[in-house]
Design a protein around this ligand. Structure first.
Ligand code: HEM
Length: 231
């Protein structure tokens, strides 16, 4: 019987085996990058139509925050499907997509946060931006939820790359904080954001937050199926 060499999914450099084995994935990931760029471009075009230049950073802050949130949600739901073993096969591709989504989410969050410095209305200092509760001039608790969420996001994303050294158990423990970080980011987006006053974004937050709750419940209640395991 033909035997397949197991695919190395976690390594210090992001999955060299997987890249070589699944060239089709490049198209998928490239498409996702294009999608994100298109979303940013659309948001900027929409945002800059007829507004004064000093408001542009505010729109970029918001567009980047919204894209980061959606990508974080995609990554969290994919992670739940993968860890539950509910995927039919080809788990390596989903794992790669899961990691890629979280990396782009982190980059978008970075843009969200850095651009905030140029916000003409809030004019926050770097201390106010990076230190939880330091932004006393604008919804400090809601902003602190985002700040803590950001630090947890950095820890979880970095853990992909150091799994070999920290071991599977510590890595899983670290990964479990994803639920806390997702919850914090959702609270942050709803309580600090301008868009949460619109029915469209209220619907998006409801559907995305609800789906993570349901999947987490299923993951805990049903546990893990034997299919599609990678770890
Ligand atoms: C250092 C960390 C962070 C800071 C200082 C920060 C700051 C802010 C501020 C001041 C707002 C209000 C913008 C407005 O509508 O006027 C905001 C909104 C938002 N943030 Fe953050 N944020 C941080 C982290 C994050 C993270 C980690 C995410 C997602 C992954 C995120 C996603 C969002 C979203 C979706 C909104 C709502 C945008 C809107 O409704 O227009 N933020 N953030």
């Amino acid at each position: 019987m033909r035997r397949h060499r197991p695919v190395t999914v976690f390594s210090a450099t992001p999955h060299p085996d997987v890249w070589a084995r699944y060239p089709g994935r490049v198209i998928g990931l490239g498409g996702m990058g294009l999608l994100v760029s298109a979303a940013m471009w659309l948001a900027l075009t929409w945002a800059t139509a007829g507004i004064s230049p000093d408001m542009v950073p505010w729109y970029v802050v918001r567009a980047a925050g919204l894209v980061a949130y959606v990508l974080l949600w995609i990554s969290v739901t994919l992670g739940l499907w993968i860890s539950g073993g509910w995927t039919p096969r080809a788990n390596a591709q989903l794992v790669a997509l899961h990691e890629f989504a979280s990396l782009v989410a982190l980059s978008m969050t970075f843009l969200h946060v850095i651009t905030l410095r140029a916000d003409a209305y809030l004019q926050p200092s770097w201390i106010q931006i990076w230190v939880p509760l330091a932004m006393t001039t604008y919804r400090p608790l809601a902003v602190a939820a985002g700040q803590i969420g950001f630090y947890l996001m950095v820890a979880v994303v970095l853990s992909f790359y150091v799994r070999r050294w920290i071991g599977a158990r510590v890595w899983r423990g670290l990964h479990a904080i994803t639920f806390l970080l997702y919850g914090l980011v959702l609270v942050h987006a709803v309580a600090a954001g301008t868009e949460s006053a619109t029915p469209v974004w209220q619907g998006i937050y409801l559907v995305t937050g609800g789906s993570v709750l349901v999947l987490t419940y299923l993951r805990l209640a049903i546990g893990r199926s034997g299919r599609g395991r990678t770890r």
